[in-house]
Design a protein around this ligand. Structure first.
Ligand SMILES: Nc1ncnc2c1ncn2[C@@H]1O[C@H](COP(=O)(O)OP(=O)(O)O)[C@@H](O)[C@H]1O
Ligand SMILES: [Mg+2]
Length: 334
């Protein structure tokens, strides 16, 4: 009998109202202030927001890569159907070796400087790859001179080549989820697109769920199925890439788009968003973006942006928002 396909069963990652803090009183930093985010298997999701908004913390939480003793205060995080905080230490290590992989900003720092590239690719999985598979894997990420790359030391590679090697290592075996945290931020502009294409092609070919964490919203447009915008530890807008780019509903998404390179008209200065994201020390009691928002309503009762914490609303079935004002703003713009 075919099993009933429940939508929740097909989620690679399911985060519900996750609250996570670092430090001890009075120095507590609330990095995640109630994150809700469901990611269907095989999706390419861009998680975007300014520095300090909580992108990396979401990525680390998925693999439980937190400093010792850090545990969520509340909420749920399910990876490939298993509650991450209930997984045994050895099983979590196994998951990080097999099913969940990371690609970070600095590929040279990710690679072991004392080992040749071929050895590192070979031993990226257990059991190790054959020499032939090492060469195949390097070729699959566009490194045509694979034998030479395999014999090289990390410091002999350019940043772009090294990041290709890291992606080869992240895709060998049978990974289900890859989290690429600012994976192209340290690369030259000329190779950013190629590295993103490579990640996208690997994801499409092998049904790998890909989370692209980036402060550069513009770079995500071509590569992501969906976009989640993070501000002060909450997902403030999450929807299909087309919709979010064509008709951003949250004032923060609008401001980010206006500030991202490529969206300015020729000869026009890049807009910046005045102010900085807050460092939260507890639950935000209002809209965290209110001090910087040009549409905020203040001192105006229950739906006041400076008094009431917004809860998730649905623009469509799969487009979510945290904003008191989104309906008014849509009416005004129509
Ligand atoms: N290990 C840590 N200890 C203390 N605070 C942290 C730690 N990691 C992150 N933070 C804080 O959590 C918030 C979110 O950070 P982060 O997830 O790194 O944001 P992003 O990746 O979007 O730049 C920031 O205020 C940051 O200072
Ligand atoms: Mg980060």
């Amino acid at each position: 009998m075919t099993p009933v396909n429940n939508a929740a069963d097909n989620l690679a990652l399911n985060i519900q109202d996750l609250v996570l803090e670092f430090g001890h009183p009075p120095e507590v930093v609330r990095a995640l202030d109630g994150v809700t985010l469901a990611v269907p298997g095989g999706t390419i999701l861009g998680i975007v927001g300014e520095s300090g908004s909580g992108k990396s913390t979401i990525g680390f939480a998925a693999g439980r890569l937190m400093p010792d003793g850090v545990r969520p205060k509340s909420g749920e995080l399910t990876l490939l159907g298993r509650s991450v905080w209930d997984i045994e230490v050895e099983d979590m290590q196994e998951i990080r070796q097999q099913e969940l992989r990371y690609v970070f900003q600095d590929p040279i720092a990710t690679l072991d400087p004392t080992k040749r590239i071929g050895w590192q690719v070979k031993n990226a999985v257990n059991p190790p790859l054959s020499d032939e598979d090492v060469v195949n894997s390097l070729q699959s990420v566009g490194l045509t001179d694979a034998s030479r790359v395999a014999a090289a030391w990390p410091h002999e590679l350019s940043g772009g080549m090294a990041q290709r090697v890291v992606i080869a290592m992240a895709t060998v075996g049978d990974p289900k989820v890859i989290i690429a945290d600012e994976a192209t931020s340290a690369l030259d502009a000329s190779v950013i697109t190629r590295v993103l294409e490579l990640l996208r092609d690997q994801s499409r070919k092998r049904n790998i769920t890909l989370l692209l964490l980036s402060h550069n919203l513009n770079a995500m447009k071509r590569f992501c199925d969906r976009i989640a915008v993070v501000y002060a530890g909450r997902v403030v807008e999450h929807g299909p890439t087309q919709e979010v780019f064509n008709a951003p509903a949250h004032p923060y998404t609008q401001a980010l788009l206006a500030a991202s390179a490529g969206h300015e008209k020729p000869g026009e200065m890049l807009h910046t968003i005045p102010g900085i994201p807050p460092a939260l020390q507890g639950a935000s009691k209002k809209c965290a973006f209110e001090p910087r928002c040009r549409f905020a309503l203040r001192n105006s009762g229950e739906k006041s942006c400076d008094r009431t914490r917004p809860e998730q609303d649905n623009i469509t079935e799969d487009w979510h928002i945290l904003c008191h004002r989104w309906r008014d703003l849509q009416q005004e713009s129509n």
